[in-house]
Write a protein that binds this ligand. Sequence first.
Ligand code: RNT
Ligand code: ZN
Length: 427
Amino acid sequence: MITPQVQRAYDDAKEVYLKHGINVDEILEKLKEIKISMHCWQGDDVRGFMNKDQELTGGISVTGNYPGAARTPEELRQDLEKAYSLIPGKHKLNLHAIYLDTDEKVDLDEIEPRHYKKWVEWAKKKGIGLDFNPTCFSHPKSEDGFTLSHPNKEIRDFWIEHCKRARKVGEYFGKELGQTCVTDIWIPDGYKDLPVDRLTPRKRLEEALDEVFSEEIDPQYNLDAVESKLFGIGSESYVVGSHEFYMGYALTRNKLLCLDTGHFHPTEVVSNKLSAISLFNKGILLHVSRPVRWDSDHVILLDDELQEIARELVVNDLFKKTYIGLDFFDGSINRVAAWVIGMRNMIKAILKAYLEPIEQLKELELKGDFTARLALREEFKTYPFGAVWDYYCASQGVPIREEWLNEVRNYEQEVLLNRNKSLSEKR
Ligand code: RNT
Ligand code: ZN
């Protein structure tokens, strides 16, 4: 609901921005169209529903044991619905293969679109788009740290088959939902200690990927992305799918390049890569995350780098070429809240970027007036962005400011805390 106070603050803010030629109403129309892919795996600490006893592997890790993690697809959907109801706009859901919803016992090399049918039905009902990921980790066949680049052909073939099938699931999502699905391949392959041969695993990966992508799929339905990484737990010295590897691969094979903000050196930033890559690449998939000292996947903040990424997208109008997904997993706080905080921050960052006097700043830069460029940017940090954000939330029918937290607290009491009782106890 738009209260008189929210409306008044918005009207005042509009005037302030208009002095710099910024049309706030128009910006909110644009903002509504921007979809963020919310990652399902924050809801259950990347466990999935394929094999209950399987531990999380692949050199990624979730810490914390906050109560209430979803244990079934139904519970996860319930949590997702709660989260979406507190986030302005219409968005997407990013599913991993291990989140299949079926009574059948299927292995990763057996997945088919029908195993995800319930997700599609739900997404249709909610008007949400779906993205997808093959799960090349948390499986006995990835236990020694290698998947698509495995030296053993049989194991390699298992993962190739899995990734091929994942693309078919992506195609199915795209067809059914009328929104292109982005299917992202990330593999953990690498060595703990210094390898002798860095080249051969990369050759194997190149060949395996070519095999995975050998079937043409209509890009209207499915787009493929490949995700690089610098290091993981247990692959500290060498990762087969490094940035240079995938940059070359994506460019030569016309694939999307996935840039995860936690997959680079600590002072290296993704924001500075977007413009350069956009010149040559088919497109970019973002995995927006927050590394704290390492690829720790903390919930994203409205921090300088997030704002810089949003600025790059806005100033260079990269939205047509960029797919935005979130990728963090924090098990130490309420998981629904984690989604809401991250999603709201991503949207806030984009809105804040739109509310900067871009044309004026570009002119100043061109003239060489770096004093004014700096001064204006800094002053705009305290412009009434909050009033516009509040109005946007209210106009989208979601709570303003921290009001959403009460709803999460109630949900925790009524739903999440009951989950600590075992499933059988409840039946
Ligand atoms: C791992 C990658 C990858 C995963 C998800 C779960 O470092 O970032 O994207 O987080 O596939
Ligand atoms: Zn990622």
